[in-house]
Ligand binder design. Structure first.
Ligand code: UT7
Length: 330
């Protein structure tokens, strides 16, 4: 397996049907389309139905990625699902997706790295391919964060949307670069800035945790904003330099879609031309682990992501964690 490389063979995405606009949110919340769109770049988001959980969205994306690659579910060796809103604490959402798509005996596990989860899962999937331990790995980012939101908290309720994205990884052909490398990291000092406090072994569910609203996502927005604008630029620069590349070599920059002001600030710091920066936050909001594959899929459909392009993807989120990846699109 010496010298074996991995590549992304196909992408698939799935979003729930229901669209919720900023004006819809303003009906029940002290907010406005003007505030949300100027402070975040978001105009609308998709919200899962009561019947839909992360696994349903993930299965939708998985089916589309497999169809695009002409691979049947029973050919998969491994399914990794990154999610901060898994169906349950266990079994793994990857296991539930495996059942929904009919993936047979493929290994399946979840990876918890909040919104950075997709990049971390891509790194793990790549290692399985490069080591020869697997031939076909499905990496899924699936989140229904709307289920974890306190709809009376305007600081978080306006930001998130539900979606899933999946990529099929396999070996690259002779001479193809495929996945070039990663920069991954975490700053535990910021662990308290973004969390879902209760329902785990630290604060098991109780009447008090329910009454205290501790089963909802809680975020110190301005602190996470400061971290994000710093780390997106720093991690992107690091991964590019570590692989002997220059920022000018990047054809398309796909950052995690949390706030258009974070994206613009990072692009400015990195001196990446605006036409090379991809964003669809306007229509989907922050879809957590799904945001980067959702952009990959859309960029490819729009002809903005072409064969041979050098792609830089950067994620960040609770932890506080971050991850960047460079891929030659082939
Ligand atoms: O993927 C996970 C990572 N998450 C993120 O990256 C999110 C990072 N943080 C952010 O994107 C921004 O901090 C927010 C969008 C969450 C907030 O924007 P901000 O510019 O940092 O606003 P702020 O929290 O400093 O609040 C400014 C004002 C406050 O009012 P006062 O105290 O100045 O009167 C807030 O109460 O804006 C108010 N505000 C709102 N007003 C209308 C906060 N949320 C809203 C809202 N509508 N939805």
């Amino acid at each position: 397996m010496a010298g074996r490389r991995a590549k992304i063979h196909a992408v698939g995405t799935y979003v729930p049907e229901r669209i919720v606009t900023n004006d819809d949110l303003s009906l029940n919340l002290d907010t406005s389309d003007e505030w949300i769109s100027t402070r975040t770049g978001i105009r609308e988001r998709r919200i899962a139905s009561d019947a839909e959980a992360a696994s349903d969205l993930g299965a939708g994306a998985a089916r589309r990625a497999l169809k695009a690659a002409a691979v049947s579910p029973d050919q998969l060796d491994l399914i990794i699902t990154a999610s901060l809103s898994p169906d349950m604490l266990f079994p793994a959402t990857a296991s539930l997706i495996s059942g929904l798509i009919g993936a047979g005996a493929a290994a399946a596990f979840d990876l918890s790295a909040a919104c950075t989860g997709f990049i971390y899962a891509l790194a793990v999937g790549e290692s399985f391919i490069v080591s020869g331990r697997a031939e076909k790995v499905l990496v899924i980012g699936a989140d229904a964060v709307s289920k974890m939101i306190d709809w009376s908290d305007r600081g978080t309720a306006v930001l998130f949307g539900d979606a899933a994205g999946a990529v099929l990884l396999g070996p690259a052909a002779e001479g193809e670069e495929g996945i070039i490398g990663f920069d991954l990291g975490n700053d535990p000092a910021g662990a308290g800035e973004l969390s879902l406090p209760a329902g785990g072994s630290r604060l098991p569910a109780s009447e008090e945790t329910v009454a205290g609203g501790q089963h909802f996502l809680r975020m110190n927005g301005p602190e996470v904003f400061r971290f994000a604008t710093r780390i997106v630029a720093a991690s992107s620069r690091r991964v590019v330099e570590q692989h002997g590349l220059r920022m000018e070599d990047i054809d398309i920059f796909i950052p995690h879609q949390a706030n258009i002001r974070i994206i613009d600030a990072a692009a400015r710091k990195l001196r990446i031309a605006p036409e090379k920066v991809f964003s669809n936050i306007e229509r989907y909001g922050n879809t957590s682990c799904a945001s980067i594959p959702l952009c990959l899929d859309e960029a490819e459909r729009q002809g903005r992501l072409k064969r041979g392009d050098l792609v830089l993807m950067t994620g960040f989120g609770a932890g506080l964690s971050w991850g960047s990846c460079i891929v030659r699109w082939q």
